[in-house]
Design a protein around this ligand. Structure first.
Ligand code: BGC
Length: 379
């Protein structure tokens, strides 16, 4: 899979314009960086000014390989770090926190100069990352926030609140386009509660959906509207499908019109559940990751939308920061900061973009593999 930057940038720009139009913003915990704030020093002192060897070992600790984005990250970090002259040391932890802690310890022992971490649980790495910091290793958070530690120098991610807002808006747009006049019956799903992205995706979506629940446009028949009720332990598609099976008992004489789903795997599980319950029309679904299988489902009209957050751009941004550290130039200026419970940490942010059947050709114009999947399956 190769994505070319120009088309993606166009798509991402369109995404951020759309967001501005719908009044979205960054998360409550995120603030714009000031010229000389504490946050900046927190994000810039690490890495030092000396740099390190151009062929240094760089650790990458991924949480699991259960969704396409993490598999892509594994491949792309291997490629991009090797191309940049580094020695990549990449591990994935199968969603088990002790396993991830051990993998990070091993990276420190093997002399990694930078460790990139996509945490399983944002709050469980304080001690091992403290050891990394003591050993002079720079830690960069990847995709997910790392919480309750001062041993992180920056986080590279797609804005999580913004991602949720795009999902909420896509659900509203899809309902208006496909389900006639309101009110609409909807249900809400969140991701894995240990992943700090999951509550933020949900919060962003509710920024858009709550006013429409309050004015009666949207009806959540189950009444399950808190993140804790909607969350899906470990981002496990099977658990989401089982919850949807149960929720469908509320819709025996009625149809469900739409469902907020935090990612593509869970979206497909929900659609499968609704079909198995015998509902003829497919509800409007949101998603995340532009997974290959969901691109096919969107082309066929089974999944209404996804949100693209191209892994190639996120890995590219991370490798750019590692090169800056290697050259002794420290952490680049962040786009914003977020309080992680201990410090204000610098955020290096990219813009996610909504993909539907209507705009997929444009958004995927230079992503040959996904574009082909879309075109081959159009119906
Ligand atoms: C990532 C998503 C992914 C999910 C489950 C989140 O933190 O941002 O892209 O679908 O984890 O793996």
């Amino acid at each position: 899979m190769k994505l070319r930057a120009s088309a993606l940038l166009t798509a991402l720009l369109a995404g951020s314009l759309a967001l501005t139009a719908c009044g979205g913003g960054r998360g409550a915990t995120e603030t714009e960086t000031t010229s000389s704030g504490a946050s900046q020093s927190a994000s810039q002192d690490a890495g030092g000014s000396e740099g390190f060897a151009a062929d240094a070992t760089i650790g990458v600790a991924l949480p699991w390989l259960g969704t396409q984005n993490w598999m892509e990250a594994q491949t792309l970090f291997e490629q991009q770090l090797t191309e940049a002259g580094f020695k990549p040391l990449i591990q994935a932890a199968d969603n088990k926190v002790p396993q991830q802690q051990q993998q990070i310890e091993a990276m420190i022992e093997q002399g990694a100069k930078v460790i990139v971490v996509g945490p399983i649980d944002g709050t469980q790495l304080g001690s091992v990352l403290g050891s990394a910091k003591d050993a002079g290793v720079t830690v960069i958070g990847y995709d997910r926030l790392i919480q309750n530690t001062d041993a992180v120098s920056g986080i590279v991610q797609f804005g999580s609140i913004r991602t949720g807002e795009l999902q909420g808006q896509a659900l509203l747009d899809g309902l208006a386009a496909e389900k006639g006049e309101p009110p609409y019956n909807i249900e809400l799903f969140g991701g894995g509660p240990a992943d700090p992205n999951a509550p933020d995706f949900f919060k962003g979506a509710m920024n858009v959906l709550q006013p429409k629940i309050d004015d009666g446009t949207l009806v959540v028949k189950s009444g399950q509207m808190d993140f804790t009720q909607a969350a899906t332990q470990d981002w496990d598609n099977a658990r989401a499908q089982a919850r949807m099976d149960t929720l469908m008992s509320n819709y025996s004489g009625d149809e469900i019109d739409g469902v907020l789903s935090p990612n593509d795997g869970i979206a497909r599980a929900i659609i499968t559940s609704v079909k198995q319950a015998g509902q003829a029309s497919v509800p409007v679904l949101t998603g995340l990751d532009a997974e290959n299988e969901s691109i096919v489902w969107i082309a066929k009209g089974d999944q209404y939308s996804t949100v693209g957050k191209p892994t190639e751009l996120l890995v590219g941004k991370t490798v750019e920061i590692i090169k800056s550290l290697q050259a002794g130039q420290g952490m680049p200026e962040p786009d914003a900061t977020a309080n992680n419970g201990t410090i204000d940490v610098g955020l290096y942010q990219l813009d996610p973009v909504v993909i539907t059947k209507a705009n997929a050709k444009e958004v995927l114009a230079n992503d040959a593999a996904r574009l082909k999947l879309f075109e081959d399956n159009l119906s």
